[in-house]
Design a binder for this molecule. Structure first.
Ligand code: KG4
Ligand code: ZN
Length: 362
């Protein structure tokens, strides 16, 4: 079975093929350098770029694999959450493709796909505790099955990645700043008293990172010399000659990592019976977060799964993987299903055809 995955929910245009449950190929075009000029994603520019790029990427995916569109059995697309204009490019493309070829159409939840891809190369034992940390999302889920995700907690304001990106903007680092703060942190020593572990003095499994940003702004107002600068045209950063910036990055990272780990530990205690711990999303690339979560999993004697880096950031393989799983269990969407922007609940409107089902999912 050949499944085409399409991802256009934010600022990465990506298409991928899964053949008989295995990754065959993926193509990707990131718009990061375009949006970096504005210090964040500009929705109107993102959707225009998706529209410009999706056709050529589609052609190059098939040219590189020797498959033709008529070989595709299932077309799976990220239907939300995300930027509506961006989602509509992928969803409209997938609908047109399904209509033209007769392939089974399925719209998948981008967040669920981020976590489920952990099962591509490793056995994902369910139920699992899923920690999703990206530029737009911070969620804790109990994953019962590929169709049943119980939301245990989420951010009330900024996402973990946003906490890094906004800090980076204040520090004068390039966007997206997570990777740069991570690199600097590894050269520094954390002062665990410098920043709060926000929104942990309660029993909630939700997160709130906006106060951390304010704490950093207040600190920087007193220590303006710690800021660096970079040139958006060349991507070059001024070389700092003091230990101050690496130490500050290490302290800030420790605050984010401790907060995420603390709430994850609480979730594992509150919802016992999880058989694995999954960390996914762009922030899963963070070295201290990976280490802290791996140690946590070890303490709970759980397998720890993190998708490989290219499947942690936004990618179409995860969309193909989950769509393939759902379609091979008999699910599909009719042409009328909608793209769902961030902030709106994604309806459970898949149609199940028992005659198509090969594997029951739950
Ligand atoms: O999943 P992703 O590619 O896009 C979204 O769906 O948001 O995640 C991008 C986010 C950005 O906020 C970026 O700064 C962050 O992941 N990120 C990191 C690291 N690498 C990427 N954050 C912390 N440490 C990293 N090494
Ligand atoms: Zn994402």
């Amino acid at each position: 079975m050949l499944c085409l995955g399409i991802e256009t929910s934010c600022d990465d245009t990506s298409l991928a093929l899964i053949e008989n449950g295995r990754a065959l190929a993926q193509v990707m075009s990131s718009q990061a350098s375009l949006h970096a000029l504005f210090g964040g994603v500009v929705p109107e520019l993102a959707s225009r770029e998706h529209s410009r790029l999706i056709g050529p990427l589609f052609d190059s995916l098939f040219a590189s694999t020797g498959r033709t569109p008529s070989h595709v059995d299932v077309v799976s697309v990220a239907r939300g959450p995300g930027l509506l204009g961006s989602l509509l490019v992928g969803v409209s493309f997938a609908k047109a493709f399904a209509f033209a070829t007769g392939a089974t159409l399925i719209g998948v939840n981008h967040l669920h796909a981020h976590l489920m891809i952990a099962g591509l190369e490793n056995t994902l034992e369910l139920p699992a505790l899923g920690v999703l940390v990206s530029g737009g999302h911070t969620h804790l889920y109990r994953i019962e099955s590929p169709t049943e995700f119980i939301s245990l907690g989420k951010t009330l304001d900024d996402a973990a990645g946003e906490a890094f990106d906004k800090a980076g903007k204040m520090l004068g680092l390039p966007y997206p700043a997570g990777r740069h703060i991570d690199e600097l942190s590894r050269l520094g020593k954390a002062d665990n008293k410098l920043f709060p572990r926000p929104y942990t003095d309660n029993s909630s499994l939700d997160f709130s990172f906006s106060g951390l940003k304010t704490a950093l702004a207040t600190y920087l107002a007193k220590h303006p010399d710690l800021k660096t600068s970079w040139n958006p045209e060349t991507g070059e950063r001024a070389l700092e000659n003091s230990q101050g910036l690496p130490d500050l990055c290490a302290s800030y990272t420790a605050a984010v990592v401790d907060t995420l780990t603390l709430k994850t530990e609480r979730a594992l205690k509150a919802y016992p019976g999880c058989r694995s711990l999954v960390l996914a999303g762009g922030v899963a690339a963070n070295s201290s977060l990976r280490q802290a979560m791996a140690e946590l999993a070890k303490r709970f004697s759980l397998p720890f799964l993190v998708p490989k880096h290219e499947y942690c950031t936004d990618n179409a393989m995860m969309i193909a993987y989950l769509g393939n799983l759902l379609a091979s269990s008999g699910y599909h969407h009719p042409l009328g299903f909608e793209a769902i922007p961030r902030g709106r609940a994604i309806p459970n409107d898949m149609v199940h055809n028992t005659r198509l089902a090969s594997v029951p999912l739950s």
